[in-house]
Design a binder for this molecule. Structure first.
Ligand SMILES: *[C@@H]1O[C@H](CO)[C@@H](O)[C@H](O)[C@H]1NC(C)=O
Ligand SMILES: *[C@@H]1O[C@H](CO)[C@@H](O)[C@H](O)[C@H]1NC(C)=O
Length: 192
């Protein structure tokens, strides 16, 4: 008798809690079958992307424009507070005339009072081959006068869903007069 009551109680608790769980999942979130989403059967792969980033601030068609600055900007050696919005071409080779593989869209801003250190917050929007339409998101610090700068890849879309990794930037060319720059990027990213 006591045993039957225990089983009945356990059954009731299980039923009620499963009802609660399914009610919850309908409202806000639910667990999905990874295999049905096409991700659990595959292992993450590591991709290496190599391209050149053209930051054109001069001339008639700049791809980087200043959108904000601090009132006290000119009293800071680093231009602290200056913010640039960019839509910079990414090419396969260092030359602007080489194949365009994507664009770097977003912003960079001077975020260091004493040394040149940029906050980079942008997306690499790819236009080529299997990466066409996919993006990688960069959020990091760019000490532009260092030989190699490393920035985190914090996510992605399309073929880069669930992406994480890092980018290494090296200045390939810098025009002291115009401040136009070509930067070589090596990006290492884990994704499915
Ligand atoms: C800072 O200096 C530049 C160039 O000398 C000038 O164009 C700009 O208006 C100045 N900005 C401020 C906020 O004083
Ligand atoms: C990339 O995708 C867009 C939109 O689907 C398409 O118009 C374009 O031709 C594609 N580019 C390449 C190089 O495949």
């Amino acid at each position: 008798m006591a045993r039957a009551a225990t089983i009945f109680l356990a059954f009731t608790i299980l039923t009620v809690s499963s009802l609660l769980i399914s009610t919850n999942s309908h409202h806000f979130s639910k667990n999905l079958n990874q295999r049905e989403m096409g991700i659990s059967t595959k292992r993450e792969k590591l991709s290496h992307l190599h391209f050149y980033f053209h930051d054109i601030v001069s001339g008639r068609s700049p791809t980087a424009v200043r959108v904000a600055e601090a009132v006290a900007t000119n009293s800071s050696a680093t231009g602290f507070g200056i913010m640039m919005m960019i839509d910079d071409p990414l090419t396969a080779g260092p030359d602007m005339s080489s194949e365009i593989v994507g664009r770097a869209q977003g912003l960079y801003a001077s975020a260091d009072l004493s040394q040149m250190g940029l906050l980079m917050a942008l997306n690499f929007a790819f236009l080529e081959g299997k990466f066409n339409g996919s993006t990688l998101s960069v959020l990091g610090r760019n000490a532009v006068f260092s030989a190699v700068r490393e920035m985190p890849i914090v996510g992605g879309s399309g073929v880069f869903r669930f992406a994480r990794g890092y980018a290494q930037a090296r200045t390939h060319f810098f025009d002291l007069k115009t401040a136009d720059a070509v930067v070589e990027y090596n990006v290492y990213v884990l994704h499915y």
